[in-house]
Design a protein around this ligand. Structure first.
Ligand SMILES: *Cc1c(COP(=O)(O)O)cnc(C)c1O
Length: 376
């Protein structure tokens, strides 16, 4: 049986990336690695839609979130966090771990933050140095209007830092044009690579803040990373094989074209949404993102059982809900290396397993609804 990942990280990895991962051992203090690194950085600038430099850290995505917090602020400074799910909550946890004065704008899970309400709230918070946002809140499958939220943050002169880990390469996100100071990405999401690399872009103002920052840090030092990057290097041993895999993944994105990649994600998401709704299921998010779909578990269906059946019978891994959403939703990932046939496969299997669990609907309805959206 094939292993089929439909999780919102890690995601499916294309064959040429797998091949590149298995290449010759390469030392990182060599011209070969410098050339590889340059190609990777160039590809990342393309996907991040930025003229600025992109930093690569050897860590999971959270490492780059931590690097941004530890790297940009001074002791006791105030930051504001939009918390609309587990990843927004994580921003707050990281800020508090560095003893920053952390104000939290709570949003009901499944909703997107209202930029006007956020702006009005922000004005009352006193001197906020940074606003920590999540573009796609992966725990609820919700897309936030970071362009508008960043506009509100700029009004009070705060730096805007966006967790774009499940939106870069899925949704339009224009850091330079939208005045977003920092965007964070991760290799195991739309970059179609295994976990282990995290990415950051910083604006000029963010770099100035980095130079003033006095929070403790060692491994996750943005300044050290920038110094080394100038010489095509990294301060510590990078995950070299992942760079080689990422180069192949970036080449794939470039040959499809980022616009087309984003359009494909839109179409696959519409197919999934139409498919699950056609069999009587309800979307969890009021503003669904395109990289994954969060679905409310129907009455009487055990999410754990559904996930086990999909894995055992079809090798299909989907995600459950996290924390307060455990048992209440399931999440189907479709970011990165996915096409229409993958969507038919997961919807067909979902129909079959839901039917065997006793959920009643018109057989074939999910696939038929998806097909309608494929043709449109
Ligand atoms: C996956 C993800 C992360 C990073 O998680 P890691 O396990 O550290 O890679 C952060 N934010 C969002 C929104 C994510 O989806």
């Amino acid at each position: 049986m094939k292993n089929r990942l439909y999780t919102p990280g890690p995601t499916a990895v294309p064959p040429e990336v797998l091949r590149a991962l298995g290449g010759e051992a390469l030392h990182h203090r060599t011209d070969e690695f410098r050339a590889l690194s340059e190609e990777v950085l160039d590809g990342l600038r393309y996907v991040f839609r930025t003229q600025r430099e992109v930093l690569v850290l050897t860590s999971s995505g959270t490492g780059a979130l931590e690097a941004a917090v530890a790297g940009l602020f001074r002791r006791g400074e105030k930051v504001a966090v939009v918390a609309a799910g587990k990843f927004g909550v994580r921003w707050g946890e990281i800020a508090r771990a560095y003893a920053l004065d952390t104000a939290v704008f709570d949003v009901e899970w499944g909703n997107a933050a209202d930029p006007d309400a956020f702006g009005a709230w922000l004005e009352k918070q006193g001197e906020v140095k940074g606003v920590l946002l999540t573009h796609c809140e992966t725990s609820t499958g919700t897309l936030h209007d970071v362009r508008r939220l960043a506009e509100e943050a700029r009004k009070i002169g705060a730096l805007t830092i966006v967790d774009g880990i499940t939106s870069v390469g899925v949704h339009e996100l224009l850091p330079d044009r939208w005045g977003i100071d920092v965007v964070v990405g991760g290799s195991q999401k739309a970059f179609m690579s295994p976990p282990g690399l995290a990415f950051l872009t910083l604006s000029g103002s963010a770099w100035s803040a980095a130079e003033r920052s006095d929070l403790p840090k060692y491994y996750f030092s943005l300044l050290k990373a920038r110094e080394s990057a100038k010489k095509g290097s990294t301060p510590f041993t990078p995950a070299v094989p992942l760079y080689a895999g990422l180069r192949a993944a970036l080449a794939r994105i470039r040959s499809e074209g980022l616009e087309a990649v984003i359009a494909r994600h839109g179409k696959l998401a519409r197919m999934v949404r139409a498919g699950v709704e056609a069999i009587g299921l309800e979307l969890f998010s009021r503003v669904p993102a395109d990289g994954l779909t969060a679905v409310r578990a129907p009455e009487g269906i055990d999410v754990g059982r559904l996930r086990t059946l999909l894995a055992e019978r079809h090798g299909i891994r989907i995600a459950g809900g996290q924390e307060r959403l455990k048992g209440k939703i399931f999440r189907i990932g479709h970011m990165g290396y996915y096409d229409e046939a993958d969507i038919y496969a997961v919807l067909g299997a979902l129909e079959s397993m839901l039917h065997s669990l006793g959920h009643r609907f018109t057989a074939g309805a999910a696939v038929a609804a998806a097909r309608k959206n494929e043709e449109e």
